[in-house]
Design a protein around this ligand. Structure first.
Ligand SMILES: C[S@@+](CC[C@H](N)C(=O)[O-])C[C@H]1O[C@@H](n2cnc3c(N)ncnc32)[C@H](O)[C@@H]1O
Length: 257
């Protein structure tokens, strides 16, 4: 069965991964990951075109990378053809009962909004699944989109448009021919949902929504303005709930003995 994200798999790297905004935000994720240590076993969900799987394999980590989109996995496999410690699998986060993946991973990782495709209910099921996959000292690292991204809010106010991200926490986001439901989760909500984990870190990664910097969008003609605002907001350390994406690191608490 084809997946909604199949239709963006070919263009994804050009529109996000290779642009200034995608590169900048991903670089900040990599800076964080590279401090975590060596020899980790990672389960990556919603891996997309495999940019992070390749990076983590270069850190010497063993990576089990998954996505629901066959075309995304195809791109990822091409990119990681010479990487030794990566395997790929299809895994639909909305059909977790159908997977036979089971391992004691040091890290369950998802970058750039893969988990924003889940409703709060599905996120709860994912939490149970991820908890089962983790070793007793394992971590979760997610990169997510919050509800109140500041630049988008200003932009919508300027355009006098309602912002369903804020009012309902869900928006229908156009891919190419299809729309995908996108759910926005603030850091506080994630912390509450994963309350049996300890919060290690929550940080903003960047402030410019991906569709502002997409080279195919008219908004990209204002790139110098977006870059300037992004720099300013990072310098002022505007909080993660006002960012385009934020990183949250949750860790299993040490059990009392
Ligand atoms: C915005 S992309 C992020 C890709 C990648 N993590 C990155 O950092 O570039 C979102 C990804 O989530 C995947 N995805 C969406 N819904 C999914 C689901 N139900 N199960 C698994 N993956 C899903 C898409 O196929 C897509 O690859």
């Amino acid at each position: 069965m084809s997946d909604l994200f199949d239709e963006v798999a070919l263009a994804y790297d050009q529109t996000w991964t290779q642009g200034w905004n995608g590169r900048g935000q991903r670089r900040r994720v990599w800076e964080y990951l590279s401090k975590l240590g060596t020899d980790l076993r990672v389960l990556e969900v919603a891996c997309g075109t495999g940019e992070d799987a390749l990076f983590m394999s270069e850190l010497g980590w063993e990576v089990h990378a998954t996505d629901s989109s066959e075309r995304m996995i195809e791109q990822a496999k091409k990119k990681c053809a010479s990487a030794k410690s990566v395997i790929f699998d299809r895994l639909d986060l909305m059909a977790l009962d159908r997977t036979d993946i089971s391992g004691k991973f040091d890290l369950v990782f998802s970058n750039f909004g893969g988990l924003n495709c889940l409703s709060a209910r599905q996120l709860h099921d994912f939490k149970l699944f991820a908890s089962e996959q983790l070793s007793p000292t394992g971590s979760l690292i997610f990169v997510l989109m919050p509800r109140r991204a500041l630049l988008e809010r200003w932009y919508n106010l300027l355009k006098r448009r309602p912002n369903s991200r804020v009012s309902e926490g869900v928006a229908r986001v156009r891919l190419v021919d299809n729309e995908v439901e996108t759910f926005y989760f603030d850091p506080d909500f994630i912390i509450q949902q994963f309350s049996d984990f300890q919060v290690q870190d929550v940080r903003a990664l960047g402030f410019v929504p991906s569709y502002f910097s997409d080279p195919n969008s008219r908004k990209a003609s204002l790139d110098p303005l977006w870059r300037g605002l992004d720099f300013l907001m990072r310098t002022l350390q505007v909080g993660p709930s006002r960012a385009d994406h934020y990183l949250i690191h949750l860790k299993r608490p040490k059990k009392n003995v």
